[in-house]
Write a protein of this length. Structure first.
Length: 96
């Protein structure tokens, strides 16, 4: 998580569900606890875009990992052999 940033209370999408967030100068203040607001450990911290992760990291700053090791052969489904009446109904000796 090289580009991941912690969630901060001055973000546009940040919201306190307890409605206890006020701003005193340059600091965000929680009226509920009478301390500076820390979204990382707060149970009332919510992201309006639903990107706040459990560990307090903003999900918008995380880059998605892509996998190059998936090939079409790996995605192939094994065939199931059929016998008897089912093979006659399907018209084939195997299904996938």
């Amino acid at each position: 998580m090289s580009g991941a940033q912690d969630c901060y209370s001055r973000c546009r999408e940040f919201k306190c569900t307890n409605r206890a967030l006020t701003f005193r100068g340059k600091t965000s203040w929680c009226n509920w606890t009478s301390e500076p607001c820390e979204p990382k450990g707060c149970t009332y911290a919510v992201c309006m875009k639903r990107q706040l992760l459990d560990n307090g990291v903003c999900g918008l700053t995380i880059k998605r990992k892509t996998r190059d090791d998936i090939e079409p052969e790996d995605m192939k489904v094994k065939e199931i052999p059929l016998r008897g009446k089912l093979a006659k109904k399907v018209g084939d000796r195997s299904i996938f």
